[in-house]
Design a protein around this ligand. Structure first.
Ligand SMILES: [Zn+2]
Length: 51
């Protein structure tokens, strides 16, 4: 679970480079936002209520 298969550019099929919050194709410059892959789990004790 350490290595994640990087996505490929839907445009030219080149392996995209990982960027903070997105993937970028080094060939055509296409950027795909990564909203489905959270950087880290957010389970830390009880939920914070109020402020
Ligand atoms: Zn591309």
């Amino acid at each position: 679970m350490d290595l994640i298969e990087q996505p490929r550019c839907p445009n030219c099929g080149v392996v995209m480079r990982d960027e903070p919050g997105a993937y970028r194709c080094p060939a055509c410059g296409r950027v795909i936002e990564v909203a489905d892959v959270p950087p880290a789990p957010v389970f830390d004790g009880p939920a914070i209520h109020g402020g």
